[in-house]
Ligand binder design. Structure first.
Ligand code: VGL
Ligand code: ZN
Length: 191
C-alpha cells in the first residue's frame, strides 16, 4: 500500500484562484510585478483538479467605476477591475474550465473587500460541497490572497498556499514576505 502525499489533491479539496485578472498583470492598471508568472503553475493545478473532478473557484475583483478604493474616491489605488471591462477579465492564458465557479467581490461602491469570502457566498458554496481543504494561489499575495487565506482559516478550512503561484504588489518592500509569514502564523501551509 502506498501512502498518499498529504498535498495530493483529492476528495474534499478545492482550488481557489484569486484575482488573476488583466489589470493585475504586466500592462494592467494595477500591475503586480511578475504577476503573469502565476499563470503556468495555476494551469497545472487547474489540469489536476479538473482531471480529478475536483472543484475550481476563481475570485475576481469586480468594482463599480466609483469604487472607494480608487484614488479619485480617496482610496489607495488607481482605477482597476471595473466590472465588465477588459481589465477585469480573467487573464486569457489562464485555462479556467467552463464549470469553474466564479466569485465576484468588492462590488459595492462604499465597501473595500479584499477577501473572496467577504460579502460572497464562497464559504457556503464550499461547505455545501463538503470541501474542507483549499489550495490557494493568485494575486496579490499582500492583499487579496492574504485576506482570502485569513478568512478561509477563520471559516475552518485547511489552507495550502501555492508558493510559486502567488506574487505581491510590494507597495513597501517586503510586504509579500510579511504577508506569507502572517498566513503561516495563522495556520496556512506552503506547498
Ligand atoms: C487587490 C489591490 C486592490 C488584489 C484588489 O486583488 O490583491 N489589490 N484591489
Ligand atoms: Zn480592487
Amino acid at each position: 500500500m502506498t501512502v498518499q502525499p498529504s498535498n495530493e489533491p483529492s476528495r474534499g479539496d478545492a482550488l481557489i484562484i484569486v484575482d488573476v485578472q488583466n489589470d493585475f498583470l504586466p500592462g494592467g492598471s494595477l500591475a503586480v510585478p511578475d504577476g503573469d508568472a502565476v499563470i503556468p503553475p495555476l494551469n497545472l493545478y487547474i489540469d489536476t483538479f479538473h482531471g480529478r473532478g475536483l472543484p475550481i473557484y476563481a475570485t475576481r475583483d469586480w468594482h463599480p467605476a466609483d469604487h472607494c478604493s480608487f484614488r479619485e474616491q480617496g482610496g489607495a489605488w488607481p482605477p482597476h477591475c471595473v466590472a465588465g471591462t477588459e481589465g477585469a477579465a480573467f487573464a486569457p492564458g489562464l485555462h479556467l474550465p467552463d464549470d469553474a465557479v466564479i466569485i465576484s467581490k468588492a462590488k459595492l461602491p462604499e465597501k473595500n473587500s479584499y477577501s473572496g469570502f467577504s460579502r460572497t457566498d464562497l464559504a457556503e458554496n464550499l461547505k455545501t460541497r463538503t470541501i474542507t481543504r483549499l489550495f490557494i494561489g493568485g494575486l496579490a499575495t499582500d492583499y487579496c490572497v492574504l485576506n482570502t487565506v485569513q478568512d478561509a482559516l477563520t471559516e475552518g478550512f485547511e489552507v495550502l498556499l501555492i508558493e510559486d503561484a502567488i506574487r505581491a504588489v510590494n507597495v513597501q518592500p517586503g510586504d509579500g514576505q510579511r504577508a506569507v509569514n502572517e498566513m503561516l502564523r495563522s495556520g496556512a501551509q506552503l506547498i
